[in-house]
Design a protein around this ligand. Sequence first.
Ligand code: ATP
Length: 307
Amino acid sequence: MILDVKKITKKYNKLVAVNDISLQLEENEILGLLGPNGAGKSTFINMILGLTKVDSGTIEIFEKKLNRIIKKKIGYVPQDIAVCNELNAYDNVMFFGKLYGLRGDKLKESVKKAMEFTGLWERRKESPKKYSGGMKRRLNIACAIVHEPQLLIMDEPTVGVDPQSRNNILETIKKLNESGTTVIYTSHYMEEIEEICTKVAIIDNGELIIEGTSDSIKNEVLTEKLVRLQLEDEIEKSIELINDIEGVISLSISGDTVTIKSKKEIDNLAIIIEKLVKANIKIISINIEQPTLEAAFLSLTGKTLRD
Ligand SMILES: Nc1ncnc2c1ncn2[C@@H]1O[C@H](COP(=O)(O)OP(=O)(O)OP(=O)(O)O)[C@@H](O)[C@H]1O
């Protein structure tokens, strides 16, 4: 077990930023903490890191309370970029390596590895002042991984970055995970979380609403499925035909397209198509909407992530 959080709570005066959250994390997972602005994600990870005091509850990392030895096994990428503009990029990573006790050849090798990992080695001699926002974020990550932490905690590492840097950051996380690093990662970008996380925890208003794999959350929460049929004509007639088919919950029309909402567990698409074909109604296209974490979040909280 890498992380064992039991019933932690944090209040700022009357505001409950984190409310009674328990969460476990096994080795080699990528945990995505997903929630809208102000949900309590940063407060949660700051408590794990010992940066914010816990009001109640307990946290164990590597089966121990946080101490100096444990801290050396953790890497932290803060939400706000924390690099020094007076040093070039290479010296920034060097500085962090030294802070973690690396010296000599080991330090040089580790700095090179971290900068290659984040795609910055070729531009190591430049000042971070000359870097794009995305490159600064990657430098922030290089500083956090130079000591090869077993647990890497990242607070919204892809906020405001260009697509190229975002892909690089996601690839870096995947590669680190493949080489044995456990990762905790906060975001409100649903697609990223779906793409890279082995485990997802949805937080809203300081509470852990649901946790599991992306698929298990979608399966558990979403009880409906949507199919869109684009028809050549006879839309009204198609509604009459489909309305009574088993599993159909509701139908709506937009232009030449009928949207059919059905119960997830009932397989009725073949029957719908058969009925339309028999009635000589031509189907131009069929679109089956894939369930998303965004839809699961909406169903759980009644709001979108960007609300
Ligand atoms: N130091 C503080 N003092 C008072 N209130 C705080 C403090 N830090 C956070 N909060 C409040 O606690 C709540 C949770 O904030 P937190 O930063 O943990 O959310 P978040 O999910 O990380 O949001 P974001 O995605 O915007 O970073 C918010 O209402 C925030 O205003």
